[in-house]
Design a protein around this ligand. Structure first.
Ligand SMILES: Cc1cc2nc3c(=O)[nH]c(=O)nc-3n(C[C@H](O)[C@H](O)[C@H](O)COP(=O)(O)O)c2cc1C
Length: 208
């Protein structure tokens, strides 16, 4: 039995395009893998610890092989619990809306907490950085506008390049993606865009 971790980054729930498409993926996935566990991590109901000085000092203490202070140990224990939920999953699904050309701040906060030495990456002077997380990833991107090649707006897209870069850094290189957008167009155009993305999600979910 595998665990699929679904990380949800839109607060719009029933009105969210990325969540609607992710749910189509999940329905197909459940039919294909009825015994798998789906772990929903809703970043809007999760209380993540502040990524503050103690947490950064703990991270640097680990990186430099130093003894962490009691405060840093407390911070590192919190990090460990959150990191393990992430790294122990077998497969990953993300719904990722574009916010101000990048990703929602709750997702960036989560990334800051889990991108940690010994959990999601390691460093060796001989080989450099290595990602420690394994498993296939499906990402559902949504955006109000269009940023595809030829749109003329490619340079504004700091959603996909950033997120894909981060996935690669932590070792997640088997990535499938579906884009639902533009979602801020006339309703009949949005319906079509959504319909196509749902179809793609059903196909991907049933083979994932
Ligand atoms: C705070 C905020 C910032 C946004 N910034 C952008 C943006 O920079 N570019 C864009 O194309 N759409 C932007 N949008 C529109 C969303 O990307 C679009 O509505 C998308 O469908 C949201 O995903 P969701 O429906 O899953 O919540 C923004 C929306 C919000 C709420």
């Amino acid at each position: 039995m595998a665990t699929l971790l679904y990380i949800e980054a839109s607060p719009r729930k029933q009105r969210s395009h990325s969540i609607t498409v992710a749910n189509a993926f999940l329905d197909a996935y459940r039919s294909r893998h009825p015994n798998d566990q789906i772990d929903l991590l809703d970043l809007w109901s999760e209380t993540l610890p502040a990524f503050d000085g103690d947490m950064i000092n703990a991270k640097y203490a680990v990186m430099h092989g130093e003894d962490p202070s009691p405060e840093e140990q407390t911070a590192w224990a919190q990090v460990g619990t959150i990191c393990k939920r992430f790294t122990e999953a077998d497969k990953y699904l993300f719904s990722v809306p574009m916010w101000n050309f990048s990703i929602p701040y709750v997702l960036k906060h989560y990334i800051d907490v889990i991108t940690q030495p010994g959990y999601s990456w390691s460093f060796d002077p001989e080989v450099g950085y290595s990602g420690l997380v394994t498993g296939p990833v499906a990402t559902i991107y949504s955006s109000g506008g269009a940023y595809h090649e030829g749109s003329g707006a490619e340079a504004f897209d700091q959603q996909k390049p950033y997120f894909e870069g981060w996935l690669g850094f932590v070792g997640l290189s088997i990535v499938s993606q579906i884009t639902v957008g533009p979602t801020l167009s006339p309703p009949d155009e949005v319906d079509k865009v959504l319909e196509n993305a749902i179809e793609d999600a059903k196909n991907l979910g049933s083979t994932f």
